[in-house]
Design a binder for this molecule. Structure first.
Ligand code: XMP
Length: 511
């Protein structure tokens, strides 16, 4: 396996992605881990990420010395290259010629790192993002590629197998990036490229057993794929020491609460506490129209209900969460505080209040890997492919006050929209699709009678990570069919509109 040490680059996660795509298992850890950690990790290769610091600033981060004593290949990327130079006896200086974006590099000397990719004299475009540059190489190093801004765009100490690149091989704009990482992994580190979800499952189970011993674990199910996969994995590891708690807010999609209960109790035979708290949530939400207040109320009520259930169970010492890799990186990164666009809801705060340990068996995985693990654990395909669904549920898809009646109306419209999407084979091409019930009444005519009812908006987007999104380009005939069905079949809706806004400037959810 490969160790990636994070110096705070926005691209660190991408490095891990690229390595995993080669079926090589890797983990990201902060650059501040102690030497003993590096020695015990047993990496076959180490990658040092980029980062925002300057090596000549006081207290800028350094790689643990053990990295260079482990006897394995090391690849320093950008800041990783600079700290490697600084630590091994070279010099790094602020540069007057900052390089950002596209740059052209020329290979100067043959190296296993570029074997089969570039021959000496060949040029290629890469993606740079740095202000400092290496001005003198440490003993043993030679320059192997140069760019206009730097004679040391790539450097190597072939004897020790230490490599540094000033550019970012992990971003798609560096066309040779994937091949370069392949050379590093397969030719230099000699790893096999045979990592699989099956192997991950075995490892994860062993780690869960070791962590929790004979203590009880509680896991909150949301109906989404992450918490379901976490629960299945933990159940496989410790059986009925796990109790799942499903706080049913009454704000889920049509039929989903029932599906979750049947899947866990019926299909998997996993103990499940189903807390039907719909009326409590509606009571707390009565007359609340401000989106942030709705979110805060739902989050707080959720924690109260969950905590009350947890306290009823004996011997619970751990809380299981379906935290994914992107969340982990987000919370350890060096980024400053960002503006709150929406308060996201989870069970944060509960572990401290109840003195619970955390079990997070998906911490190393990306969303598509969680889906693969779900399949590996026998989660039915429709569940595996399920679109993401926000914690505050349908409450943030009903602008204005939320009532039981409006929830029921929205559930019907949403069900019809998704049915049509499934029938047309579009479900898996869409990141999220849903209906929104607007607090706007319009006039219509049905039969010979005037109607005065609500407007329903349809939203469907494509996205890779939910951070940016674009509207899904349905055929007009498809939208016409859905609109027709909704107006005919759902009492209380007499008009349907489609949302063409991308993110940014819109968000995916309406509130
Ligand atoms: P927005 O609306 O901010 O949503 O573009 C981005 C993604 O996040 C989901 N979302 C949430 N997920 N708890 C969640 O677990 C929340 O409170 C929450 N709010 C939004 C949203 O559905 C989309 O996938």
């Amino acid at each position: 396996r490969v160790l990636i040490l994070d110096f705070g680059s926005q691209y660190t996660q991408l490095i891990a992605r690229r390595v995993r795509e080669q079926r090589v298992y890797c983990e990201i850890h902060p650059c501040t881990v102690p030497d003993a950690f590096v020695r015990d990790f047993g990496a076959k290769g180490i990658i040092l990420s980029g980062g925002p610091a300057s090596t000549h600033e006081a207290a800028s981060p350094r790689a643990p010395a053990a990295v260079f004593e482990a006897g394995v290949p090391v690849l320093g990327i950008c800041y990783g290259e600079q700290t490697m130079c600084a630590q091994l006896g070279g010099t790094v200086e602020p540069s007057t010629h900052r390089e950002f974006g596209r740059a052209i590099i020329t290979l100067k000397e043959p190296s296993p790192l570029f074997e089969g990719i570039l021959a000496p004299g060949d040029r290629t475009a890469v993606w740079m993002s740095h202000g400092d540059r290496v001005t003198a190489l440490p003993p043993g190093f030679r320059p192997i590629a140069e760019s206009e801004g730097s004679p040391f765009a790539a450097i190597a100490d072939e004897a020790r197998r230490f490599y540094g690149v000033q550019f970012h091989p992990e971003v798609v704009h560096t066309g040779i990036g994937a091949s370069l990482l392949q050379n590093f992994l397969f030719k230099l580190c000699g790893v096999a490229g045979d990592w699989s979800m099956h192997a991950y499952r075995e490892q994860a189970i062993a780690r869960i057993r070791e962590q929790v011993g004979d203590a009880g674990v509680i896991c909150g199910l949301s109906g989404g794929v992450d918490s379901a996969v976490a629960a299945l994995l933990i159940h496989e590891a410790i059986g009925d020491q796990l109790t799942c708690v499903f706080v049913d807010t009454g704000l889920l999609r049509y039929g989903e609460a029932k599906e979750v209960v049947e899947l866990f109790r019926g299909h998997f035979n996993i103990p499940l506490v189903h807390v039907e708290a719909g009326s409590l949530f509606l009571e707390k939400l009565a007359d609340v129209t401000d989106p942030e207040r709705k979110r805060k109320i739902i989050g707080a009520t959720f924690i109260d209900v969950f905590e009350a259930e947890a306290r009823k169970l004996p011997n619970i010492r751990f809380l299981a969460q379906g935290t994914l890799y992107p969340d982990v990186i987000e919370s350890v990164s060096f980024k400053g505080p960002s503006v709150t666009i929406k308060s996201h809801h989870n069970v944060g705060g509960l572990p401290e209040r109840m003195a619970l340990g955390l079990v997070e068996p998906l911490r190393e995985l990306f969303k598509d890997e969680v889906r693969e693990l779900g399949r590996e654990l026998g989660l039915p395909e429709p569940f595996v492919q399920r679109h993401p669904f926000p914690g505050p549920g349908l409450a943030v898809r009903i602008p204005g006050a939320v009532t039981a009646e409006r929830v029921a109306t929205l559930q019907q419209a949403d069900r019809i929209f998704l049915e049509e999407i499934r029938v047309s084979g579009l479900y898996d091409r869409i990141w999220q699709a849903f209906a929104v019930l607007l607090p706007v009444k319009t006039v219509g005519v049905m039969g010979d009678a005037r109607t005065y009812e609500d407007v329903c908006a349809l939203r469907a987007v494509t996205s890779v990570d939910g951070m940016t999104a674009d509207f899904f380009p349905f055929e007009p005939a498809f939208l016409g069919r859905v609109a027709n069905r909704i107006v005919n079949e759902v009492k209380g809706i007499n008009r349907v509109v489609y949302d063409y806004t991308s993110k940014p400037p819109g968000t995916i959810e309406w509130e």
